[in-house]
Design a protein around this ligand. Structure first.
Ligand code: CMP
Length: 436
């Protein structure tokens, strides 16, 4: 007996090596032991299709119906897309999807349950795939996969909504469905690479993905794991900034991609969709800030949340001056999203750019540390969100957390040196600073 998780991984490896028959036999072993494993059924059909067996179509279709009825509508859509790609009609599946999971469906509700995939730990019997199997092995496997859930006839009393899609009008839902592009990626592939431009976002129909960010020194920080139903890739699309993280497949993954052009077809619904996507983004940005910013490092998860609550959040339009050079330091700012420029006026009235600020960057610390007036102007160059912590709160925090104080001091010192290089000036010596 071998664990189902190990069998699935071996089957995926064999498939990636174009060993379609042995892979099919392993998926068949999973279906025999766990008929509700719709993922194994879909992948068994993939193997049969790769072997040129048209019987695969019946398996995709039967599995799609099961997925619709068991609360896995995106997996059903994967089957529909594969069928369409091979010239078959899948409009009955997509219509049912809209009827049952669209905003007008009466089945959508909180009390819904979803029939989960069997656990990876399930012990199953596997054939020795190095030995030849019976001659009708493919036909047998297809028959088993097609009829695995024949007893599952009815839709349940309640279904979980699909994030985003179930909130749209039926007309918009249909339009988006028609443009969703199926991307099937093997384990290890990157769906999104940090730093690249982004013109689309994705729904996870199946599989598991890891989200991680890399800092300037090449160190990676894990930000999240994503599974069925998750949405990702929305940040770069909304902000027109490069991808903020890499999203890599931990297993074989089925993704449904929504491109910028298909979003444009949503016309009057686009505002609601953008708002829903902004909701995901904001939570993620706050989570990432806590995971990656040195300001939050000294704290445990609960303290981080507590600290975050003390910040106020401000959306600023491009051109907004967040700090005026020469004003009193009001507090500490953190860039949650967007981009800001820092500049200083020289004695002869010239404006010298000192640098840019991006997501996660802290600013406003110099005037606080020196208890002096601000030494530069900070202007938003694109629509941005900044978090603000008033100076008395920062002072209390720095007094009780030496790590915070030394982080801010190091940051100010580093920036001062950079500014001196840019301006060619001799700044106040470090030992003359008054620390908060
Ligand atoms: P984008 O910046 O376009 O590309 C990388 C994606 O990773 C990003 O959009 C988000 O969708 C996703 N992402 C970033 N941080 C998190 C997080 N903390 N949790 C889940 N997903 C995230």
């Amino acid at each position: 007996m071998v664990s189902l998780g190990d069998v699935r991984r071996s089957a995926a490896t064999l498939f990636s090596q174009a060993q379609h028959l042995p892979a099919l036999r392993l998926y068949d072993a999973i279906v025999a032991a766990a008929p509700l494993d719709y993922d194994a059924r879909i992948r068994l059909a993939d193997c049969a299709l790769a072997l040129g067996n048209v019987g695969a179509a019946n398996v995709y279709r039967a599995t799609a119906w099961y997925c619709l009825k068991s609360g896995h509508p995106l997996a059903a859509l994967v089957c529909a897309r594969v069928l369409e790609a091979h010239g078959a009609d899948a409009s009955d599946l997509t219509s049912s999807l809209v009827v049952h999971y669209g905003s007008e469906s009466e089945l959508l509700g909180k009390g819904a349950t979803r029939v989960a995939l069997p656990p990876d730990s399930l012990a199953i019997n596997v054939p020795d795939v190095r030995q030849p199997g019976p001659p009708d092995i493919v036909a047998q496997a297809l028959h088993r996969a097609e009829h695995a859930t024949d007893a599952f006839k009815e839709f349940p009393a309640a279904l979980h909504p699909i994030p985003l899609l179930s909130t749209m009008s039926e007309a918009a839902f249909k339009r988006v469905l028609a443009t969703l592009l199926l991307k099937r990626l093997p384990a290890g592939a990157a769906a999104i690479k940090e730093g690249e431009p982004g013109n689309s976002f994705f729904f996870v129909a199946g599989g598991a993905l890891r989200v991680f960010a890399t800092d300037g020194l090449g160190r990676t920080t894990d930000l999240a794991q994503l599974g069925e139903g998750a949405v990702f890739g929305e940040m770069a699309l909304l902000s027109a900034q490069p991808r903020s993280a890499t999203v890599e497949c931990l297993t074989d993954c089925d993704l449904l991609e929504v491109g910028r052009t298909s979003l444009a077809t949503l016309a009057d619904e686009i505002g609601a969709v953008a708002e829903a996507l902004h909701g995901f983004t904001r939570e993620r940005l706050l989570g990432n800030l806590m995971a990656t910013s040195p300001l939050f490092k000294p704290f445990n998860r609960m303290q981080q949340r507590d600290l975050l609550r003390r910040f106020t959040s401000h959306d600023v339009a491009p051109g907004t001056v967040v700090i005026h050079e020469g004003e009193e330091g009001r507090g500490l700012f953190v860039v949650l999203a967007g981009e800001l420029d820092v500049s200083r006026r020289t004695s002869d009235g010239q404006t010298v750019p000192l640098g840019g600020l991006r997501t996660g960057d802290v600013f406003g610390e110099m005037a606080l540390l020196r208890n002096a007036r601000t030494t530069a102007t900070v202007v938003a160059t694109r629509a941005s969100t900044v978090l603000f912590l008033a100076r008395d709160v920062v002072a209390r925090l720095a007094a009780s957390m030496p790590e915070i104080k030394s982080y801010l001091e190091a940051l100010a010192e580093e920036r001062e040196i950079d500014n001196q290089l840019v301006l060619g000036e001799d700044e106040t010596p470090a030992d003359e600073r008054i620390l908060i």
